[in-house]
Design a binder for this molecule. Structure first.
Ligand code: GSH
Length: 298
């Protein structure tokens, strides 16, 4: 984390903009094609896990490739253990610099590489899942869910926006705050958002928009999955735990029971990445034991 560039004068975390924002689209420079694109992801990263979940939910494993990076990142950035079979890169930075030699931002996951063009298409994480859901529709497995159905798009986008600011990025704003005021503001937003979601789910609906699993559930889940293991202590989101929200905790377990969510949730990668890599917050690099939580409880 090059945090000094992403911290405002009053101690607030201000996330860098995404540099690579080309689209995979029919008739464009990067048309959807099986075997052409490779996603670079970390199991630790909530933004990257979204893409892994959606790829598996839609049955795109043979259509879009994935390279998983090592959870521990040093000053050289994300590393591909044993080298990337697709590009030969050892570090993700090589792909960023091959695509834009002048690039000076963070080398982030998730990002998508175009094997034909030999360059990165996008590290625009909110767009990556939407692209898998829309541009890759011809290759979705039979019976795959429609995670971004036309009639619900307005409601999905609106909820995603609230969840992004209050929760997905809210936990980072709390964790990376360097002033009490910035932290207080962020953590209040985090728990207000959790409270809103708890209330929404308290009517017994299985998913955030009702009976159907959508993009909103994917985006919410990846933060919930990390909440008690990392954000509660490491990011000081300590007012309550996920398990203290009965409807939300039941909802998180319901999602975890779905293979695409469970298969891509690696608590060991998650804990080691945050506690070992983010030494600005945890200088000793010690990874706590616990919490002892049963994600498979009925
Ligand atoms: N692309 C977005 C979100 C993705 C993101 O932050 N990914 C993190 C991991 S969760 C990352 O790759 N960080 C690399 C670094 O900080 O050097 C951003 O730049 O803020």
């Amino acid at each position: 984390m090059k945090l000094e560039r992403e911290t405002s004068a009053d101690g607030r975390f201000v996330r860098q903009p995404n540099r690579f924002t080309a689209r995979i689209e029919e008739g464009g420079e990067h048309p959807p094609e099986p075997g052409r694109y490779q996603i670079y992801a970390s199991y630790a990263c909530p933004w990257a896990q979204r893409a892994l979940i959606v790829r598996e939910l839609l049955g795109l494993q043979d259509v879009v490739g994935v390279t998983i990076v090592d959870p521990i990142r040093d000053e050289r950035g994300w590393r591909v253990p044993g080298g990337d079979p697709v590009t030969g890169a050892e570090f993700l930075s090589e792909l960023y610099l091959a695509s834009d030699p002048g690039y000076r931002g963070r080398h982030t996951v998730p990002c998508v590489w175009d094997r034909t063009a030999g360059r990165l298409v996008t590290n625009d994480y909110p767009q990556i899942t939407l692209t898998l859901e829309t541009a890759f529709a011809p290759w979705h497995a039979e019976g795959a869910p429609d995670l971004y159905p036309e009639p619900l798009r307005g409601r999905i986008d609106a909820l995603n926006d609230v969840v992004f600011h209050g929760l997905n990025n809210g936990v980072y704003k709390a964790g990376f705050a360097t002033s009490q005021e910035a932290y207080d503001e962020a953590v209040t937003g985090v728990f207000a958002t959790l409270g809103m979601l708890e209330e929404r789910l308290s009517d017994g609906r299985p998913y955030l928009h009702g009976e159907a699993l959508t993009e909103s559930d994917v985006r919410t889940y990846t933060t919930l999955a990390r909440f008690d293991a990392v954000y509660h202590s490491h990011f000081k989101c300590a007012i309550r735990r996920l398990v203290d929200h009965p409807a939300l905790w039941a909802y998180a377990r319901r999602l975890y029971a779905i293979p695409a969510f469970r298969d891509t949730t690696d608590f060991d990668h998650i804990k080691r990445h945050y506690y070992v890599t983010q030494t600005n917050i945890n200088p000793t690099g010690i990874v706590p034991q616990g919490p002892d939580i049963d994600w498979t409880a009925p």
